[in-house]
Design a protein around this ligand. Sequence first.
Ligand code: BGC
Length: 732
Amino acid sequence: MNKYFISLLFTFSTIGIIYSQNTATKRLQEDVINVKIDSLLSLLTLEEKVAMCHAQSKFSTKGVERLGIPEIWMSDGPHGVRAEISWDSWDYAGWTNDSITAFPALTCLAASFNPELSAQFGKSIGEEALYREKDVLLGPGVNIYRTPLNGRNFEYLGEDPYLASKLVVPYIKGVQKNNVAACVKHFALNNQEHWRSTINVEASDRALHEIYLPAFKAAVTEAGVWSIMGAYNKFRGQHTTHHELLTNKILKKDWGFDGVVISDWSSTHDTMEAALNGLDMEMGTGTDGLGTTTSNHYDYYYLASPFLKAIKQGKIDESVVDDKVKRILRLMYRTTLKPNRGFGRINNKEHHMVARKVAQEGIVLLKNENNFFPIEDKKGVTIAVIGENATRSMTAGGGSSELKPQFEISPLEGIKQRYKNAKIIHAMGYHTGASVYDNIIPSKLNQDSLRVQAIETAKKADIVLYVGGLNKSHLQDCEGDDRQTYELPYNQKEFINQLKAVNPKLGMLLVTGNAVETPWLDKVDGLIQTWYLGSMAGHAIADVISGDVNPSGKLPFSFPKQLKDNGAHFYGELSYPGDGTNQYYKEDILVGYRWHDTKNVKPQYAFGYGLSYTDFSISDIETNKKKYNTEDIITVVCNVKNIGNEDGAEVVQVYVGKKKSKVKRALKELKGFNKINVQSGTTKTVTINIPVSSLAYYNENKSGWDIEKGDYIIYVGNASNNIIKTLPINIK
Ligand code: BGC
């Protein structure tokens, strides 16, 4: 044996020893903690145990002072740590030291297709939560994007379970590195806000396991998430927050979840169900309408006095509360009771840079005729930045994810700071209320004069950049209800036509967390999807429109041309939003691009689509073999050449489909992707590994996963509707 080989062997065996030592140490630590938990449990009275299972204030639960058991403090999530809320009401507490970094909303993170960035996002937001002395961060949200009307889509990771899983795992690990628990939400099937607290969802086992659960499963089994939040809606007649199948069986038994199930705020409905179906901690219940008026109203919670009474009467076994308290204590040992927990950081340069980077990488260039973008910063050129969304705060509003950032750079401000030579002029065009920069336009001007003024401003410019879209008001991208129409509000279609009529050089920034109808598309030469980008919004936008950063984001959901082109809407009201009592997920597993592909309904913009300022050629696409066993890994290799003049990043996407199948299948499903930076004129090799086991479908007859043998097709491309090569493979 030569020296090199011996040293290699030594290194491997050392790594092996360290690895097994690490797992042994971890197991030992867990054993020690379990002993501590058991001994604490034996010291607690029944009353104290029950008191730990429900809120003592809007965002905290009781500790047990005599035993040194701390309170647990929580905060929303998911794209920044929310400002302090009052003890007993939803009012802000009015602190002056609770401003934070607003990170981009999660649709933007999903559009980055970059798990490494998700890790940085999680680590940074976790540090901010720790600084704010939070034990649980109420996020991330992974409910699947089923309809573009869902008011809360902006908080989630898009329409594809694989993409959502790949991004949620590093986020959670990043948060929890700080000894702060992530709380993945809302478990499960909370895919619309309309009637969210009453609607009963009916969906098949396949839709459940193949579409709606995988991101939660990854959060539990891959990221080891320490808490999970139930949802408001019902599933098959039972409230999801205390659900026999979802919480008890799938989450706790099948996936082995050892953390805490927390209710959504006011999603608990019954003592026996909550106790027996796996809910560990009840939050936000407006008991009997007593709300904030009774001083001890927390005692009326389902998991408070009624729970205690039921245990005392022998209707519920004491082991039930013991299990909940053990989980809660375990969460404490992972967070607030962790030795040397650290202090966290807030509003620092590094977090701002992470926010900016996620924003830069998530922004999607949708259309770029005549190379409208990037816009050069030239002397003598006047750029009109038009639209209320150019100055409106997008961290305010939207519901529980609303933030109080230390600062928020608006698109207009970002553009003004970046463009030093060109002249930037601005007009609002319409005004819908609360805006951080209200002083720009005197409020007495009515909408007509705003419109006229904007048209006049557009006439004076060489280039017009219209900043439109939705906002965070009720019935738009906002919690509590859904959008009422697919089109843009405030007559924006007509407004865009008017702008085009006076100035043909028109481009648009679409500020939304959702797809919208685009009948005005031929009026704009350039179109960029900017999402809600948080503190650094304006800087990131300026980075991309100036060309300092080459866009590389890809849509994490499909943009249907019309609402009925979306699978959920195709089936009419019973499918969305339901009849007021029930709704049926009739499109079944064909959510998002799975519907468009399989039914051959062309979207306006497809899942996975996004342009760049450069061009890539993807070639030499191959699989390592043609025939595989069920335990094998399929390796897809290709070369990505940057054939344009700018450095840039491309996302190679691998989808898999099975034409002849004994069960219903989508034409193809995303099973792997890889985002890669490639310098102009150079080529990089990309490798994507797909375990054959991930091609399994959920077999409803045996309530388990099955891999079908036979011929499959591998689709490789850079968008779900731009497949460059298909390769046949066979599974033996
Ligand atoms: C939301 C949750 C949120 C909670 C606390 C609920 O209305 O659905 O996502 O974490 O409020 O603010």
